[in-house]
Design a protein around this ligand. Structure first.
Ligand code: GTP
Ligand code: MG
Length: 477
């Protein structure tokens, strides 16, 4: 961690509520000068118009107790002008979000009002906050570890109840506590190993490698394995279930996408090969986040642009959780389609027979026997028939795929990469111990495992990783 970052800090402020017009808008101020500066522009009662310009209209910083609300007015002492009638929430360090003095100004939510108040604070030496800076301070000041800081962003971004539950369990320290136990177990094994390296006589040269391997297995490998499984099963609670629409050109894939998201997201024409790129749209299916992707029609002899599109389509198909394989009801399934379907990955596959609105005499589709084990839904993307049934099938499949046992805490991708590293290192250490390898090598592996744990919790993490994490937050969080 960058030591300067955790030492002397300026006072920061930001508008914490979304831009726009509304009932209440909040400006958050955190840092050593928060109370001093805010009180210099706050009056407990309506400032007398004649005295608004004089400093004695302002409240005294020591007139505030911690964890109290104060009613009053924000005014500009220089201009002698009252800006808004507000409530101040005063929270003194260390029992605050950032562990610094925090003052929240609850004003009326109009962009002009909030920006005027913020400008007033900035003119008095307070710095505008960077995205995620309040949470970054909570982390740097040791109130929360990095897993809990990251969960704050997950909570803000959550679009489903399951994602909210997951974030809340992580904020309350679920992942942090599992990692804490893993770390303890690693430290204990490492200290036995290092004691034997440093003082072989004292350890009597007799190190019980069996017990150490067992401890690594039970207290490190197993819980880490569980977390990796939870990631694999549950990551789309955070990232969304990826549903990819695939099929031959002109079968109505883009029309299906538009119909499902209720807007003209993708271009539709009667020319085969219209879609050349992959187009994403988000929607909620029974409360679960879904990322729907329209792709270029798959066919054997595409032109140059189309073949790039098909290449990209294949990448999306490979990473899909669910594939909607669309066919046109007017055509018998071609051998090309049978082959493509066969080659699709093992993700959940749903056959979607489109254009059911067309007259019966035009229908040539028959369900091939090889497809009989897959769900098959008849729809008209043009008129919306069958779409709610399709959504039901997707929802069932998504919830089967989802982590149905309590979601608990599901690591994010950054954490998962470190969990993989941890697992590799611990496996190396365990097999080294099992094979009576030199203890120096075992201790290198154990240290590597510790680094991985510490990178997840943020105990040791570089400033650029922190920048990357917190820059994705909103300002004011
Ligand atoms: N009657 C009818 N026509 C449809 C339906 N869905 C799509 N179409 C028509 O089929 C043609 C192709 O539709 P698209 O949605 O562009 O098909 P696509 O599969 O995205 O085609 P490519 O992007 O070229 O691969 C258009 O003329 C659509 O209006 C439907 O449910 N009923
Ligand atoms: Mg298309």
């Amino acid at each position: 961690m960058n030591p300067e970052e955790s030492m002397h800090r300026s006072t920061i402020a930001a508008i914490a509520t979304p831009e726009g017009f509304g009932g209440v808008g909040v400006i958050k101020v955190s840092g050593p000068d928060a109370l001093f500066v805010v009180s210099s522009v706050f009056a407990h009662g309506p400032p007398d118009p004649d005295r608004a310009g004089s400093p004695d209209a302002a409240a005294k910083p020591d007139s505030f107790l911690s964890w109290r609300l104060y009613y009053g007015y924000i005014f500009d002492p220089e201009a002698g002008r009252v800006i808004d009638e507000v409530i101040l929430a005063v929270m003194k360090a260390p029992r605050t979000y950032t562990r610094e003095d925090v003052v929240e100004i609850q004003a009326h939510a109009g962009p002009r009002v909030l920006h005027s108040i913020l400008d007033l604070l900035i003119a008095r030496g307070i710095r505008p906050a960077q995205p995620g800076e309040f949470t970054r301070r909570a982390f740097l000041n040791g109130r929360i570890d990095l897993t809990r800081a990251e969960a704050v962003a997950d909570l803000v971004n959550a679009t489903s109840d399951a994602a909210v539950d997951m974030a809340v369990s992580q904020i309350s320290g679920g992942l942090a506590s599992v990692l804490g136990k893993v770390r303890e177990a690693l430290v204990s094994v490492l200290s036995s190993v290092e004691a034997t390296i440093d003082f072989p006589e004292a350890a009597g040269d007799e190190i019980d490698t069996g017990a150490l391997v067992q401890a690594l297995y039970e207290n490190v490998r197993q819980p880490v394995d569980e977390l990796i499984k939870a990631y694999e099963a549950g990551h789309f609670l955070r990232d969304g279930v990826k549903v990819v629409i695939a099929g031959s050109p002109n079968v109505g894939k883009s029309s299906l996408m538009n119909c499902m998201v209720n807007k003209e997201r993708a271009i539709v024409t009667d020319i085969p090969g219209t879609t050349r790129d992959c187009i994403e749209a988000s929607l909620a299916v029974r409360g679960s986040p879904v990322v729907l992707v329209d792709t270029a029609g798959l066919r054997p002899d595409p032109d140059a642009v189309e073949s790039l599109g098909i290449e990209k389509a294949r990448q999306y198909i490979d990473s899909a959780d669910i594939i909607l394989f669309v066919v046109d009801i007017r055509a018998a399934v071609s051998s090309e389609e049978l082959r493509i379907f066969d080659e699709l990955p093992l993700a959940g596959k749903i056959i979607v027979v489109n254009k059911t609105d067309l007259p019966v005499h035009q229908r040539r589709f028959e369900l091939p026997s090889q497809w009989s084990g897959f769900p098959c839904v008849y729809v008209s993307a043009l008129y919306g028939d069958g779409i709610s049934e399709l959504i039901d099938v997707i929802a069932d499949m998504a919830s089967n795929a989802a982590y149905v046992a309590k979601p608990g805490f599901v690591p994010n991708w950054r954490q998962k990469v470190q969990l993989d590293r941890l697992l590799r290192a611990v496996s190396g250490a365990a097999s080294g111990l099992g094979r009576d390898q030199s203890l120096e090598l075992v201790s290198i592996d154990l240290r590597e495992a510790l680094f991985a744990v510490d990178e997840i919790s943020g105990r040791y993490v570089s400033a650029d990783i922190l920048d990357r994490i917190f820059s994705s937050y909103c300002i004011g969080k």
